[in-house]
Design a protein around this ligand. Structure first.
Ligand code: IMP
Length: 427
């Protein structure tokens, strides 16, 4: 039975929550493998709308085991408040499993994130301010705090001391901030231990065992391909690997176990935070996409930057993730345009370029080369089959598929769970 990776093919916010949730009923485990509460998934179930940040979307599907893998960074305060919020709404959260090797976001990481951004001024990344970058930096610097440290006060204290030794110098001398007391951090973290203990286990062992027993495991990426620290628009990226390889390291499963890699692709493009975005619109079309598409961040409430579909990016996502399928979301948002521009290539300093430029300066200079596709005006939200779509909407999907290099196996035509056209099964 398959192990599937489901990830963002653009700059995040492609509608992954809906796609994961759609599959949730048929999968046994939904695993987050990177990122933290910088993510924001909106899932609509019946007339209920859920905004999830840290928890895997699978938590809303009874029968599915949600897993937070070792590659995730966990803010324990956020985790517990998200869990209690769901419990208050009657969602069973008892099946959740958390890797003991996942790293903890502590109050000093959030502080460092905010002061660093302020310090960068005009050069800031536009982070979510959730402490993601500093936590991953500590992990790589080998001064991070892991979930399992919560259960050993002596080790926890030593580790927090080691981390704060250096950070307090930076906070005081560079950022003119007050030092953070070790005891205060340790006390706060220990306060989460009892509530979390029951969820923590060796998730790597468990997931490999599940795959051995032919269970269906879905690895759910946060953010998107172009925000990947290796393959994205560095430095305007997040600090982890949302791309398919990240599922292996962030969950402890080998690449040979992955059967399908599904890229979630919005029918147009959005981005939050700073960094290059060739098809960005600054006119009323951009405003229209933002309004109709509800393009405001689930996590930060920031308006998303909006632009036309970029096939160069989609092709790149196919390449670096080895995509087997696309799930095209929010096609309904494009209803009502007479014709729809699609970026098929870039023009860079007078040259046509068909692939994502490897050089960052080239990417900053990239101007979209547009092809105009005819639009449609019919309401498509009730479409159940591909053939229910107006001819021009069908042609739009087919054109995107051709340009993007992998089959479009599902199409979102509205926010609800049922407003999806499934062309090929993912399982
Ligand atoms: P960080 O992940 O908070 O460090 O932010 C780094 C960059 O990634 C910023 O441009 C954020 O706006 C962006 N980012 C982080 N998480 C998301 C997400 O879930 N969707 C879209 N952009 C995100």
């Amino acid at each position: 039975m398959p192990a599937l990776v489901l990830l963002g093919a653009q700059w995040g916010d492609e509608g992954k929550g809906k796609a994961t949730d759609l599959l949730g009923g048929s999968v046994d485990y939904v695993v987050r493998y990177q990122g933290g509460n910088n993510a924001g998934h909106t899932v609509v179930v019946g007339d209920q709308k859920y905004a999830l940040h840290l928890l895997p979307s699978g938590i809303l599907s009874p029968g599915c085991v949600p897993v937070i893998g070792n590659g995730v960074v966990v803010d324990p305060a956020v985790l517990l408040s998200e869990l209690s919020g769901l419990e208050e709404r009657g969602v069973d959260t008892s099946k959740l499993l958390i890797s003991g090797n996942a790293h903890l976001i502590t109050p000093y990481h959030t502080t460092m994130d905010k002061v660093t951004e302020r310090f960068l001024g005009k050069r800031k990344i536009g982070t979510t301010g959730r402490g993601i970058g500093p936590t991953y930096a500590d992990k790589i610097n080998r001064v991070g705090i892991r979930v399992q440290d919560l259960f050993d006060e002596s080790i926890l204290t030593q580790k927090v001391e080691a981390a704060l030794d250096q950070k307090n110098q930076i906070l005081a001398k560079l950022y003119n901030r007050r030092a953070i007391a070790v005891e205060q951090v340790v006390e706060e973290l220990l306060g989460y231990a009892d509530a979390l203990r029951g969820y923590v286990c060796d998730t790597t062992l468990l997931l490999n065992d599940a795959l051995d027993r032919d269970k269906v495991v879905l690895f759910e990426g946060g953010q998107g391909t172009l925000l990947d620290v290796d393959h994205g628009t560095y430095p305007f990226v997040t600090s982890s690997n949302p791309t398919a390889g990240g599922a292996c390291t962030g969950a402890g499963v080998g690449p040979t176990r992955i059967d399908r890699v599904i890229g979630i692709l919005k029918a147009y493009t959005t981005r939050v935070g700073a960094g290059p975005f060739p098809t960005e619109l600054f006119d009323e079309d951009g405003e229209k996409l933002r309004t109709i598409g509800g393009e405001r961040g689930v996590t930060t409430g920031r308006d998303r930057r909006c632009g036309w579909f970029d096939a160069v990016i989609a092709r790149y996502a196919t390449r670096v993730n080895g995509l087997t399928d696309f799930f095209l979301t929010k096609l309904d948002v494009l209803t009502g345009w007479e014709s729809i521009p699609v970026c098929v290539a870039y023009e860079i300093d007078g040259r046509r370029v068909d692939e994502l430029p490897y050089n960052q300066t080239d990417f900053h200079h990239a101007k979209p080369v547009y092809e105009m596709l005819p639009g449609w005006s019919e309401d498509i939200s009730g479409a159940k089959e591909f053939s229910d779509l107006p001819k021009n909407a069908q042609a739009y999907v087919k054109a995107l598929e051709e340009m993007s290099g992998a089959p479009i196996s599902a199409i979102g035509v509205g926010p609800g769970r049922d407003e999806t056209i499934q062309i090929n099964s993912f399982l």
